[in-house]
Ligand binder design. Structure first.
Ligand code: FES
Length: 520
């Protein structure tokens, strides 16, 4: 008699009974790949570190990518799609009204977690409990503080011009961004969500090619997927300071853009590939993504629609990093910046600091890009700000200005004033400025990628990049200064100003990350 195989697994998803093969698959794979629940996002599977695939198992939040499906046999799963409609809508409006969702990739998991927290009876003013709950999540865009605002939002949102809000978001994100309540429900239009279900799936094979199969699981198995890991290799600035008598010196490390939505695209034969920048370009981190070109070429080769999706470790290996620098400057604006060779970086620095000499250096390491947020010019202006004791004021190449004050210690605070033309939408502009402040705090204090002398990247897990957690992020107060001029990007100037003010408040240590705490 033929072996009937293991008994199928039965459980409930959003109130409906389902039955799937008991083959050791993760709950994320079952829900997203087999049952088509696209509200669950995959930001790091199988690392279990980003929280984007959070669901409720018998009412308790669980990260689906590290939950074997077999563990939920006979249990009840609730995804974001299964929350009561009124409740989901209320969260969506609260997130939109407070600017708590930008790209919206991390938000579905956070909404599920906050829903569970509220169902437990957590008080609206218990922000400590919310910060603790957010420890299971990562958000690269918002800087957390607006998520705390969304938790507390209780009134119906004021009417807003969401087209104007989307225009401001697009200026700040430097790629198309849509502002609407449904973005918070995971409907930002991400390429990996819109791919046809019958598309072939391609993943990097680790040898410079692609493993192609009928399913994501199969493709990853064929690629011999390498698990993300931490390392004992120290993260350190790779360049030596230029010799000289300097008033300020700075050495930065390799920094991972660490966007939550992984690179993905899909393409039909002879079609146009879906953009990996559907609702956000990860502040420049994804501008050079390999996904779209690969989808086009693989669709041509196979004569079928092909979906290309990178795993977290692929994105760390293949994606561009912020170019490390080592520089010294004098108070008169002269100096030398050494920078890892990157097309366009010398021009970016020269634009804001014409008296600084630039030396590009060939270093073994991951790819770098001038397109990541404020690359080169931020470092130059930060160094120059470090030569004086005046309050930090940064003027961006596009004409935005930002002033920042950073207080560290038990009562930390970040205060920012920004002027960047007509706001178009104050909620969105404030949200991007808070997000930029959060990114700057992390860049100075925590963020680095371990790269060995042969250029191999050793940190492959998303937690190892040092993104500042909600519990470590201080209150961030943004003042938008009146300006009737044409709108220009303001958050990049804020990013540079907060980084400079943080560094100065920490005593201007030469090497970043400084390792100093922001809060506490
Ligand atoms: Fe959280 Fe973009 S809104 S990662």
């Amino acid at each position: 008699m033929a072996d009937a195989g293991p008994m199928p697994l039965s459980f409930e998803v959003d109130g409906r009974p389902v039955e799937v093969a008991d083959d050791g698959t993760s709950l994320l794979t079952v829900l997203r790949e087999q049952l088509g629940h696209r509200s669950l996002k995959d930001g790091c599977s199988p690392q279990g570190q980003c929280g984007c695939c959070t669901v409720l198992v018998d009412g308790q939040p669980r990260v689906a990518c590290v939950t074997p499906a077999r563990r939920v046999r006979d249990r009840s799963i609730t995804t974001l799609e299964g929350l009561p409609t009124e409740s989901a809508q209320r969260w969506a409006e609260a997130f939109c009204a407070t600017g708590a969702s930008q790209c919206g990739f991390c938000t579905p998991g956070i909404v599920v977690r906050l829903h569970a927290l509220r169902a437990k009876g957590t008080a609206v003013d218990d922000l400590g409990a919310v910060e603790q709950a957010l420890l299971a999540h990562l958000c690269r865009c918002t800087g957390w503080r607006t998520i705390l605002d969304a938790w507390q939002a209780d009134s119906a949102p004021a009417s807003r011009d969401l087209d104007a809000a989307s225009r401001r978001a697009t200026i700040e994100g430097r790629s198309p961004q849509r502002v609407a309540p449904d973005v918070a429900l995971g409907l930002g239009g991400f390429a990996d969500d819109t791919a046809p279900a019958d598309a072939l799936v391609a993943v990097p094979d680790g040898r410079g090619g692609w493993a192609v199969a009928e399913t994501l699981e199969e493709a990853r198995a064929n690629a011999g997927k390498i698990q993300g890991r931490r390392t004992t290799t120290p993260a350190a600035p790779p360049l030596d300071l230029p010799p000289g008598d300097w008033d300020a010196t700075l050495r930065t490390s390799w920094v991972e853009p660490a966007y939550l939505e992984l690179d993905a695209s899909w393409c039909a034969p002879d079609g146009e590939p879906a953009t990996p920048l559907a609702n956000g370009g990860a502040f420049g981190g994804k501008t050079d993504s390999v996904a779209a070109a690969a989808a086009r070429e693989l669709a041509r080769q196979h004569g079928r629609t092909v979906r290309v999706v990178l795993a977290r470790e692929d994105s760390v290996r293949l994606g561009p990093k912020r170019p490390p620098i080592a520089g010294g400057v004098r108070a008169d604006g002269t100096g030398v910046i050494r920078v890892v060779h990157t097309p366009g970086i010398a021009e970016a620095i020269h634009r804001v600091a014409p008296k600084i000499q630039i030396e590009e250096v060939e270093v073994s390491g991951p790819p770098t890009s001038v397109n990541v947020r404020a690359a080169g010019w931020a470092e130059a202006l930060i160094l120059l700000a470090g030569t004086s004791d005046r309050p930090v004021e940064i003027a961006s190449p596009e004409g935005a200005t930002a002033r920042a004050r950073v207080v560290l210690g038990p009562e930390p605070l970040v205060e920012v004033q920004v002027r960047c033309g007509q706001p178009l939408d104050e909620v969105v502009l404030r949200s991007y400025c808070i997000g930029a402040s959060h990114m700057a705090l992390g860049w100075v204090s925590n963020e680095a990628l371990a790269v060995d002398p042969d250029g191999e990247v050793h940190d492959l897990t998303i937690r190892s990049f040092g993104v500042l957690r909600a519990v470590d992020t201080p209150p961030i107060e943004i003042t938008l200064e009146p300006d009737d001029g044409p709108p220009v990007n303001g958050s990049d100037a804020v990013f540079a100003a907060v980084a400079a003010a943080t560094w100065i408040a920490q005593g201007r240590p030469t090497d970043w990350p400084t390792g100093q705490r922001i809060r506490g």
